[in-house]
Ligand binder design. Structure first.
Ligand code: XMP
Length: 530
């Protein structure tokens, strides 16, 4: 089932409200805004991304140690460009403006921002003229990542211009007395080698943070929160084998023990041994009450003759819900449902701030809106990498912690252009196993976002093995690198690895006589084939 289930959720605000030390990122719509919050957390300071329109009283109430103004796609002069409210610069809280955030600050305070004839996109060279407080102890010359067309030509009165680049006369500035700082480049991306150092300088030296937050510190806090929410109520959790639902379940189990029952619906569309691994980890190792439902038969029955991708998804989604509801009823309909909702889901679904809409197909295999559960969402404030850290902290096996994303409808959407049958699932599972095995042995599993096989269901091709003509299945290898599945590139797997994979597949799986590699990036392709 999908790692991300959706039913209505409470608003995000207040997630970090009890934390004594936090730095808030105000979102002006930049593509890297989430990443800024992630980097701040990596530095050891809790951070949340909030809309730039957030009520100033709310900021005062939370009393963050610092504010970061994100980048944004607009020109500060564009119609409807998000405006920076001057009061935000008067709160006595240090402010760091990044890219658009800096330009908006400069504009507000009377400096000069203009559209440059040439934009500056990608790697650029930063020349530090004065180090000031923000760039103290950093090299005079460094590379950085830029993405802007408007440029600051003159710092506002009272500010010191610290650095320039080829297209930015003022690429960094500060007013230490007022606690206002700005950089034109993006410290949050890896292509700015001193980005982490600059963020640390801002957080530690300028905001005075103690830099001690870790994802693991969330464990105790969440355990307390879950206990408070659930009391002595009964809780149910749909386990998918993915890291999100696994970590969420373990946190809840730590909080309320056997009040939790996990339900693992094995729809027969999982990868090889995956169901057994989930059962071994939860039931045997963690002693979490677990109902494992062998539902292969009924899913395959419903999928008979179906080839159209969306129809498959609908059928699997509906069947999943039916199975889950039956189990919930058998357990006396617990009041609470655990969901592995992540912070990025909260942001993407607009829970944080009316931003982008979530990709609808990601919810297939999830639960519908009208189920009568109260949600327990212990991962609502965590990014994916942080969930992994918490998983490791809780002793979750590495295999589960680092598992690549796997779609809710499972292998059913990887048998394309033909019916999903048990035989074909077996072939695909075996092929997938060979691929994973070789990729793991080559130490490449973690660097790939996803690696899997696709089986064109009705297609056969001619081959020759021994002295005999064969007529067999084609297996497609699909391996991609990506940060977030929104875009992806095909992975350049080494030739010798590909050769081993192909020859093992053909030797070990009698029905397969040809192996091909998918070299389409996303866009224009998608990661899955349907
Ligand atoms: P695409 O194929 O659209 O996939 O590039 C992007 C990411 O979403 C996953 N995916 C799904 N996940 N239910 C899911 O839970 C689905 O129906 C589904 N379809 C695609 C895909 O594996 C990739 O990670």
């Amino acid at each position: 089932m999908a790692e991300t289930l959706t039913t209505p959720r409470p608003p995000a605000a207040g997630v970090g409200a009890t934390r004594s030390e936090e730095v808030l990122v105000l979102d002006f719509g930049g593509q890297y805004s989430q990443l800024i919050a992630r980097r701040v957390r990596e530095c050891g300071v809790f951070s949340e991304l909030l809309p730039h329109t957030i009520d100033i009283e709310e900021i005062k109430r939370r009393a963050p140690r610092g504010l970061i103004l994100s980048g944004g796609p607009a020109s500060v002069y564009a119609d409807g460009a998000p405006r920076l409210r001057g009061e935000l610069l008067e709160l006595g809280i240090p402010v760091l403006g990044i890219c658009y955030g800096m330009q908006a600050m400069v504009l507000e305070l009377g400096g000069r921002v203009e559209g440059a004839s040439v934009g500056e996109f990608g790697r650029s060279h930063l020349h530090v003229r004065e180090h000031g407080r923000l760039l103290a102890e950093l090299p005079d010359e460094q590379s950085c990542w830029m993405s802007h067309r408007d440029t600051v030509y003159e710092a506002p009165p009272g500010f010191t211009a610290l650095a320039s680049s080829s297209e930015s006369p003022v690429a960094a500035l500060e007013n230490t007395e007022r606690g206002l700082y700005g950089i034109q480049f993006h410290p949050e991306v890896v292509h700015t080698p001193y980005g982490g150092a600059i963020l640390t300088r801002f957080l530690e030296d300028i905001c005075g943070c103690d830099m001690s937050w870790t994802a693991a510190s969330v464990v105790e806090e969440q355990v307390a929160r879950i206990r408070e929410q659930v009391g002595n109520g009964r809780v149910i959790c749909g386990l998918s084998g993915g890291v999100d639902s696994s970590v969420a379940a373990l946190l809840v189990h730590k909080a309320v023990g056997d009040q939790l029952t996990c339900v693992f619906v094995d729809h027969g569309l999982m990868r090889k041994n995956e169901g057994e691994q989930v059962i071994a980890a939860f039931r045997d190792h963690y002693k979490v009450p677990l109902v494992a439902v062998d539902a292969e038969q009924r899913f395959l029955e419903r999928l008979k003759g179906v080839t159209e991708p969306e129809q498959k998804r609908k059928i699997i989604g509906a069947e999943f819900i039916r199975t889950f509801e039956e189990q919930a009823a058998a357990l006396g309909n617990p009041k609470y449902l655990v969901q592995g909702t992540l912070y990025s889901d909260v942001i993407e679904s607009g829970g944080g701030h009316g931003a982008a809409t979530i990709k609808s197909h990601h919810n297939v295999g999830g639960l519908p809106d009208d189920l009568e559960f109260e949600l327990v969402e212990p991962l609502r404030m965590l990014f994916k990498d942080e969930v992994r850290q918490v998983g490791l902290e809780l002793g979750l096996p590495e295999r589960l912690v680092w598992r690549q994303p796997f779609p809710g409808p499972g292998l059913a959407i990887r048998i394309v252009g033909g019916e999903v049958t048990k035989d074909r699932l077996e072939i695909l599972r075996d092929a997938d196993y060979v691929l994973q095995d070789e990729i793991r042995s080559a130490g490449m599993y973690r660097e790939l976002w996803q690696s899997f096989c696709v089986l064109p269901g009705d297609l056969r091709t001619v081959g020759v093995q021994g002295d005999e003509r064969t007529y067999g299945y084609v297996v497609v290898i699909r391996a991609v690198t990506s940060d977030d599945a929104m875009t992806a590139d095909w992975a350049r797997l080494p030739y010798d690895l590909l050769e081993r994979v192909a020859s093992r597949m053909i030797n070990e799986i009698p029905q397969v006589n040809r192996v091909v590699l998918d070299i389409t990036s996303k866009p224009p392709g998608t990661i899955e084939w349907e």
